[in-house]
Ligand binder design. Structure first.
Ligand code: 13P
Length: 263
């Protein structure tokens, strides 16, 4: 049984022009997609993109996600954005623990746990990124590292906290590298994560949405989505170019019929 979801993470890219162009061009296609789409533009543009999506009448087809939030809901934290503010403008998802935040902002398990907790308190779905470094990958530590990162949540908040949570496995070494990912290898990691969770709570493990992210594009997406434990993909660079993203949507639409759509 498969819940198929495509997430586009714009990172620090885009502007009003791109948002208008992008939504205009994909607006017809998304209406015929039998899978769910989430876009994560820079925080500054969330509200604007939401208005453009409504303008093109595709708010039933595209959801928006924040790329990050603060660990606090309000206070003297200049430059930050809170989960409460996201909720206030109707945003349903937020990415936390992304490799970019770990690398460039030194985010650790403790910070990720705080962000996860605050999202839950506001009923916003966390998109929890996990993944190993190249060194950890080379020393065969991938599964141990991924489970440790998930356990950071389970040990502190309990397994039920993973309900309404999306897990995104993004090996740090595969992000933005034009690496040809091996779908069978990714499937093995997803399967190990799912099995681990199923042992703790069968239902949560079976139905949790596990995304893959790292150099996904229209040429490798199908082989990834064919894997039974990959519920979708979190795409960076290849989703920023409108024509490329349309190719991705069409490739899925023409070749893949998910048995169940659910986010
Ligand atoms: P790329 O698709 O550019 O490798 O980025 C993946 C990613 O980090 C999505 O969050």
């Amino acid at each position: 049984m498969k819940n198929l979801l495509i997430i586009s993470n714009w990172k620090l890219n885009g502007n009003k022009y791109l948002i208008n162009h992008f939504i205009n061009k994909i607006s017809h296609i998304v209406k015929s997609c039998n899978f769910s789409i989430i876009i994560a533009p820079p925080l500054l543009y969330l509200d604007y993109m939401q208005q453009v999506i409504k303008l093109y009448k595709c708010d039933n087809y595209i959801s928006l996600s924040a790329q990050n939030i603060d660990i606090h809901n309000y206070g003297s934290f200049t430059g930050e954005i809170s989960a409460k503010m996201l909720k206030d403008i109707g945003i349903k998802y937020a990415i936390i623990g992304h490799a970019d935040r770990k690398i460039f902002h030194k985010e650790n398990d403790n910070i990720i746990l705080k962000k996860f907790t605050i999202l839950k308190s506001e009923n916003i779905f966390p998109i929890l990124c996990i993944g190993e470094t190249k060194k950890e990958y080379q020393s065969n530590q991938t599964i141990v590292i991924c489970i440790k990162q998930i356990n950071n949540i389970i040990k502190n908040l309990g397994i039920l906290a993973l309900q309404d949570t999306i897990i995104a496995y993004e090996p740090i070494w595969a992000i933005g590298n034009k690496i040809i990912v091996n779908p069978t290898y990714i499937q093995k990691i997803h399967n190990a994560i799912r099995n681990y969770l199923m042992q703790i709570n069968y239902k949560i493990g079976k139905y949790i949405n596990i995304q893959y992210g790292g150099s996904v594009n229209f040429t490798n997406i199908l082989n990834l989505l064919k894997q039974p434990d990959i519920n979708g993909v979190l795409i960076g660079k290849a989703s920023l170019d409108t024509e490329n993203f349309i190719k991705i949507l069409n490739t899925i639409n023409n070749n893949f019929i998910p048995s169940e759509v659910n986010i």
